[in-house]
Write a protein that binds this ligand. Structure first.
Ligand code: HAM
Length: 419
């Protein structure tokens, strides 16, 4: 038997109502902040992500699904959306039409990570990117938008963590400080952190290894070495979050796994998802548009993992979905009436009713069982003496009441059902 590939998952019909509920909630809130949807292809040229996310990141270094197509072009299934949205922004000169463009998306993403609860190889994100403004108020709005979505899904155990990574110059200066501090402790670092010491020293803060944590906790902190502008912007974000009633923590170790960030970064964590606590993450990326061939343009955004959020919602029982039902189930008493039943189902559907009908030639009893399973509001019996007299029996499933209706007056009958 061929099974789904490790780290991928079918979203079965029984899961769909929860996904739809989340999607509708997300769309409603994005619309209320005036974000417009964008859809980009599932794969892009590999260079886009390598350049956009950074060669030294884990995503580019070891997690991308990269392949050569038949014309020998290196393509990659998108591991995230920011680089793809920026590519589209530059390619279509979206900035020329609107100085500040606000976009949102929902899409599958692909990363070859070690699968575990809340971590998949194909997963889904929704997210937003606002391109064109350097206002830190927009960073605060981004956090507010993400927070409101999670709250609207009924989630409670949320922690908003913020940090500032400053400008690239600040960061370069700081990296020297950090390097000096770690130089004589380097040998005690884990293998991963030793590698990061050489390639991407800030990511040592991401290490979960206890001995690394012990060493790094006394290290100088980037947040204490920010340039004046980054410091002032960070104050604005903090004040605005307080004014909006959003509780937050400052986490100086929040360096994020993508290289494009400048100034503000943030994550919203949940206690309800086990090891993978980050429901969403984002921040400002003022240099990415330039890196990808556009004019220097400031931007900010975030993305959230749908599987993780749904897991948190399930664990917190944060929302319930109303039971799925249909309006009418047609029960055919005699098999010869199959064609008539199918035609009638079509007519009723044209009246905007949800209708189902048995195509398995099952007994009346079995059809009734099916109607109950589908939680049909009404059952319409076709056949018997009623049918010969141009009538049908209608059963109201909630009360058990039955009434006769005329085959020729479907319209009136539908109107009555609605009244
Ligand atoms: P990210 O932190 O890499 O950021 O991913 C955002 C969210 O996607 C994570 O917080 C997590 O919920 C979910 N996620 C990531 N990897 C997986 C996985 N393997 N399985 C399940 N869920 C996962 C970004 O992708 C940036 N593009 C965010 C951004 C937008 N920054 C600025 N604009």
């Amino acid at each position: 038997m061929i099974k789904a590939v490790t780290g991928t998952k079918d979203i079965l019909p029984s899961d769909i109502p929860r996904w739809n509920y989340l999607e509708k909630t997300v769309q409603k809130i994005f619309a209320s902040f005036n974000y417009k949807e964008i859809r980009t292809p599932i794969f892009e040229e590999t260079a886009l992500f390598a350049r956009g996310i950074g060669e030294e990141t884990d995503i580019v270094g070891k997690e991308m699904y990269t392949f050569k197509d038949r014309s020998d072009t290196s393509l990659t299934l998108k591991p995230e959306m920011t680089a793809a949205v920026v590519r589209s922004y530059v390619e279509h000169s979206l900035g020329a039409q609107q100085p500040l463009i606000k976009l949102f998306y929902m899409s599958p993403m692909f990363r070859q990570e070690r699968p575990q609860a809340g971590r998949f190889r194909q997963f889904h994100q929704f997210g937003a990117e606002a391109i064109g403004s350097k206002s830190p108020l927009l960073d605060a709005e981004m956090i507010q938008m993400a927070y409101e979505i999670l709250k609207s899904l009924g989630l409670k155990n949320l922690t908003v963590k913020i940090n500032s990574l400053g400008t690239p110059e600040t960061r370069e200066n700081y990296k020297k400080l950090l390097k000096n501090f770690l130089e004589d402790k380097k040998d005690k670092l884990s293998e991963d952190s030793k590698r990061r010491f050489e390639t991407n020293i800030l990511r040592i803060f991401d290490s979960k290894v206890e001995s690394d944590q012990k060493i790094i906790k006394d290290a100088p902190r980037l947040i204490d070495h920010l340039d004046e502008e980054s410091k002032a912007d960070f104050e604005v974000v903090k004040n605005q979050l307080s004014k909006s009633g959003i509780p937050f923590e400052i986490d100086p170790a929040l360096v994020r796994g993508l290289d494009y960030y400048t100034k503000l970064t943030f994550e919203i964590d949940s206690e309800s998802v086990g090891a993978q606590t980050a429901l969403c993450g984002g921040g400002r990326y003022d240099l990415l548009i330039e890196t990808l061939g556009g004019k220097p343009t400031p931007a900010t955004g975030f993305a959230a993992g749908i599987e993780r959020i749904l897991l948190a919602c399930e664990n917190e029982k944060s929302f319930t979905i109303p039971e799925q039902s249909i309006d009418i189930y047609l029960i055919r008493i005699e098999n010869e009436l199959e064609s008539f039943g199918s035609e009638l189902a079509g007519k009723l559907r044209k009246e905007n009713l949800s209708v189902d009908f048995d195509y398995l030639q099952r007994s009346v009893k079995a059809q009734m069982r099916e109607a109950n399973k589908l939680k049909a509001r009404y059952v319409l019996f076709i056949g018997g003496d009623e049918y010969k007299g141009g009538m049908m029996n209608l059963k109201h499933m909630s009360t058990g009441e039955e009434e006769k209706i005329s085959i020729d007056s479907i319209r009136e009958f539908v109107a009555k059902l609605r009244s």
